[in-house]
Write a protein that binds this ligand. Structure first.
Ligand SMILES: Cc1ncc(COP(=O)(O)O)c(C=O)c1O
Length: 405
């Protein structure tokens, strides 16, 4: 039997999706499952986008140019401009979601053995993207007690090695909901210049900042002109995850040139989908602002619900549509399984994303969970009450793991 490559077998199974069979089994037993584990928006895709798809006068679906259709690149440039961000169409490469853009950006900056600084907990797929690009993620561990803020440049400096090539950050953050302060962004910029690094800014949740917080793109740092790679996507902001359209943008010609070679190797991004998002990119700012208001209400429902649970000190998400929290449970993975296999409250239960999968470092996050805000505020309030009841009913808060096995 031929052997699989050692690198491929180290790829982690998605911590978000691996509970799916247990959730389906709970549903088959007649239990209603509230899915707090996955960031798949519950709202409809804008009808303008669907209408655009139906109206496309395409008689031949040929390969699009590898860098993206001119109309799509122009629309991305207009979208950025609507948020005060300046990228010319020829500084933008259209990609198959932000996922491909991040994989390319890691490959361009650190592929083949380089190191990239990342804050953990982080978007769990960063681990797989890095593995595919042969990049080592060097984690700076953030703590819920600090609202997952890192505070100062020293935390970054302490992780630098001669192999460090870039800093990858998601702002506002999935999974923590942290919106980094201006001082923190300045600290990242300072270290990037000092240590001659690229900054890969995953800004797929850029506009989702709450409590009147400022929408801050990393591209505001003019001194970083050549170092910045902005990654973006229509998935979340336009409720269009299945469209699979994103982009990477940079002012650095070498970065664009090498990334374009990666684009050429995968030939092109889906033609119709690049076009169907154009109207929303050009006119969608008001739409995302409405979404922001909706998510802020949901954030409040989750935060208030968690704050009511005895023994929990949740942190209030400042952005994105997630939060992470520590539970008084020794293994949140076993607790999540127990919730699906053995628990229900009034015929309902919740599906949580166990925290460990969001950490690069082994052994961290075992007592944390990520919660996504993918239901209306009333359902989320109910979900937090179910969680409260489950924590009270768990066989022993510190031994729930053993009980579930
Ligand atoms: C932080 C972050 N980056 C990137 C992605 C991937 O986005 P896309 O659907 O555009 O590939 C996601 C999706 O959940 C995300 O949360």
């Amino acid at each position: 039997m031929p052997r699989l490559s050692p690198r491929s077998v180290t790829l982690q199974e998605s911590p978000i999706r691996k509970l799916a069979p247990f959730a389906r089994a709970a549903e088959a037993r007649g239990t209603k499952v509230i899915y707090l584990n996955i960031g798949q928006p519950d709202m409809p895709t804008p009808p303008e986008m669907i209408a655009e798809l139906h109206g496309l006068a395409l008689d031949r679906l040929a390969y699009a140019p590898s860098e993206g259709l001119p109309r799509a690149r122009e629309a991305w440039s207009a979208f950025f401009a609507s948020w005060g961000i300046s990228f010319a169409p020829d500084e933008i490469l259209v990609t198959t979601g932000a996922s491909e853009a991040i994989t390319f950006a890691l490959g361009v900056t650190a592929g083949g053995g380089g190191e990239v600084l990342v804050f953990e907990p982080c978007y769990t797929n960063y681990l797989s993207f890095a593995a595919q690009a042969d990049v080592t993620l060097s984690p700076i561990t953030l703590r819920v007690e600090e609202g997952y803020h890192f505070g100062s440049a020293e935390r970054l400096r302490a992780r630098l090695t001669p192999k460090t090539r870039a800093i990858l950050l998601c702002n506002p953050s999935n999974p923590t909901g942290t919106a980094y302060t201006l001082e923190e962004l300045e600290a990242v910029a300072e270290v990037a210049v000092e240590a001659d690094l690229f900054v890969i800014c995953d800004e797929v949740y850029r506009e989702f900042v709450y409590d009147g917080g400022e929408v801050r793109s990393f591209s505001r740092f003019r001194e970083l002109e050549d170092r910045i790679i902005v990654v973006d996507s229509v998935s979340k902001r336009f409720n269009a995850c299945g469209v699979r359209i994103g982009c990477m943008a940079s002012h650095n010609r070498q970065v664009l040139d090498v990334a374009l070679r990666m684009c050429q190797a995968r030939l092109s991004v889906a033609t119709a989908e690049q076009l169907m998002v154009v109207p929303m990119l050009e006119e969608g700012r008001a739409y995302s602002e409405r979404l922001r208001t909706e998510y802020e209400g949901r954030r409040d429902a989750v935060y208030n619900g968690l704050a009511r649970i005895d023994g929990l000190t949740p942190h209030r998400s400042e952005g994105s549509f997630y939060t992470m929290t520590r539970l008084p449970i020794s293994s949140c993975e076993e607790f999540a399984l127990w919730l699906l296999r053995d628990f229900e409250d009034g015929g309902e239960t919740v599906c949580l994303a166990p925290g460990a999968g969001f950490y690069v470092s082994d052994g961290l996050g075992v007592d944390e969970v990520r919660i996504a805000f993918m239901y209306d505020a009333a359902t989320l309030t109910r979900a937090m009450a179910i969680l409260d009841a489950a924590l009270a009913a768990a066989p022993s808060r510190s031994e729930v793991g053993a009980a579930a096995r």
